[in-house]
Ligand binder design. Sequence first.
Ligand code: ATP
Length: 264
Amino acid sequence: MSVVAAGVSKWALRDVSFELPPGSVTAMVGSNGSGKTTLLNVLAGHLKPELGHTSIAGRVAYVPQHKPMYKSFRVKDVLEFGRRMNDIWDADRAEQWLNRFRIPRKLQIEDLSGGERTHVVLALALGSRPDVLMLDEPLAELDPLARRKVMRELLTEVNDKGMTLIFSTHAVGEIAGVADRLLVLSRGRLLVDGDADELLEEHVLYTGPHASTSPVEGHVVLAKHGRAQSSFLVRSGGQRIDEPWTARYVTLEELVVAHLERDL
Ligand SMILES: Nc1ncnc2c1ncn2[C@@H]1O[C@H](COP(=O)(O)OP(=O)(O)OP(=O)(O)O)[C@@H](O)[C@H]1O
């Protein structure tokens, strides 16, 4: 395993455990204050857990949410900084990232837009040739097209270099087809930890006449009742159901929202 958290508790975080295989892409989602940043800081070694431990195999690069960089530096100074600060430095890889997003090297960091700054910190992180790249809300300041492009390019980096990627995001609708693993945090606890495709296969929404109990066996994630209708999101593995009930798979976004809503 390239990333392991075992019984981690810190501030809001309570007993969080998971293992991420090498080369995996994990999206960490959850409500505000659920502990995503805390968990990334613990994994990156910036915070010491109160309980539990973490381990990461290989070199780690961590891009925090606030993207710390010297504002008076020009982009090319940042690259030089990267070269001097890292024992291993892949200048081509950093340059290529900046080229892909057409970032001018002569501008100072303070003159860049928020999105452009994101590209600079990502270039810095990738230039250090990480085995594990951890990003705290990397998409937050990017426009919708740039978000898609960044994720696509990051996936290329994962596939070409065998890197493990873990990122937190609120853009739940954009993780389908990107993340192969999903971690859902709520109030400091890990609600969901699994393979994204398997989770999608397991969760089925059953809709039918008003009923107090689910029409199928399995863990009911969320039940909703109208005057004449009930719906149950069940982690059932997709069982057959007779009319008048209908069944359909849900999107990752629906799945995440249902788990978070249940835990409110
Ligand atoms: N120094 C601290 N001491 C105690 N609790 C803290 C400290 N710093 C942060 N917290 C708490 O830890 C909780 C989790 O915060 P964290 O920033 O990890 O959440 P998050 O999931 O990243 O939120 P968001 O989505 O809003 O960025 C919050 O309730 C926060 O107040």
